[in-house]
Design a binder for this molecule. Structure first.
Ligand code: NDP
Length: 283
């Protein structure tokens, strides 16, 4: 018998209007013939408890939570996945029999995207930034076998805190380096990541204060910024013979990881990539 009851997933954030994830998810669900919807919701901090109760009451499969809920959601969970516990933030909640499990798929999406051009195992990594994205990426790279991680951040306190945390809680050797003017990427680095918000539209002419002559051919140079995909940072790296990795792959792959957690299905990366670039009007 035909069922008119769709599976429900979605996102709680404020503000939700500029979040393109709905376009990626619904295109992925459609391409896999899944009767699942993704509802993008504006949820104010004081309404988070009601939104969570509503999702449980309506039998949602789960939801994403973006800013400002990534830490506040911890109070509502029954189970916290190990990497989310290390990251200290949750962007994906899975609901099973009314029980909530918190995951963090930001860094997992980055690592998935990285595997299309290289291997996290044994990587000597430099990460610029120490905010939520940097934290998720540093933890997941460490869990995926990165050898060394150097955190470079504008505010030294935040950078040192992240480096100490990753170093003491994973097998990777993680240290902090001050962001000196014209910072030179250490020789032997194989993976260099912009995990700051520098270069994000409309400030797309902003870029990192780095000595571009320290980019060496063959280095993988990545950006978390997805719009525009080829940031000034990535264009400079590509000109120097590095392998650029855009933030689009991270966004698409975290959506695929989320869908797998909610539905058990593996969605089509190419379809979702196309949906995202069309939604953002970029190529
Ligand atoms: P946070 O606010 O938590 O952290 C921002 C980071 O950027 C901090 O390290 C901050 O340094 C640094 N920063 C900001 N402005 C400057 C500047 N002018 N000069 C130097 N450093 C600066 O943000 P998130 O970590 O949550 O997000 C960072 C970026 O990642 C955003 O652009 C976001 O859109 C993107 N992102 C992309 C995802 C994807 O799937 N592609 C997923 C998640 C995030 P300081 O500590 O000194 O303030």
């Amino acid at each position: 018998m035909t069922s008119f009851l769709s599976g429900l997933t979605g996102s709680f954030s404020l503000s939700a209007a500029e979040n393109p994830t709905v376009a990626i998810m619904e295109a992925g669900y459609r391409a896999n013939n899944l009767d699942v919807r993704y509802i993008n919701c504006d949820v104010a901090p004081e309404k988070l408890a009601d939104a969570v109760a509503g999702a449980i009451a309506m039998g949602w499969l789960g939801f994403n939570c973006s800013l400002p809920h990534k830490e506040a959601i911890l109070a509502y969970l029954d189970v916290l996945a190990p990497s989310a516990q290390l990251i200290g933030a949750v962007n994906t909640v899975v609901i099973e029999d009314g029980r909530l499990t918190g995951e963090n798929t930001d860094g997992k999406g980055f690592v998935e995207s990285l595997t299309t051009v290289g291997d996290p195992q044994g990587a000597n990594t430099v990460i610029f930034g120490a905010g939520g994205a940097a934290r998720a990426i540093a933890i997941e790279l460490a869990l995926a076998g990165a050898h060394t991680i150097t955190i470079v951040n504008r505010s030294p306190e935040r950078g040192e805190k992240l480096a100490d945390h990753v170093d003491s809680s994973t097998d990777a050797a993680c240290s902090f380096a001050p962001w000196t003017p014209g910072y030179s990427i250490p020789e032997g680095s194989s993976l260099v990541i912009n995990a700051t918000s520098l270069g994000f539209y409309p400030n797309h002419e902003d870029t990192l204060d780095v000595d571009v002559s320290s980019f060496l051919p063959g280095m993988i140079v990545a950006d978390v910024v997805a719009n525009p995909p080829m940031t000034r940072w990535l264009r400079a790296a590509e000109s120097a013979g590095c392998i650029p990795l855009t933030g689009i792959g991270m966004l698409v792959n975290q959506a695929r990881v989320n869908a797998k957690l909610w539905t058990g299905e593996t969605l089509d990366a190419e379809v979702m990539h196309r949906a995202l670039t069309e939604a953002l009007g970029i190529s």
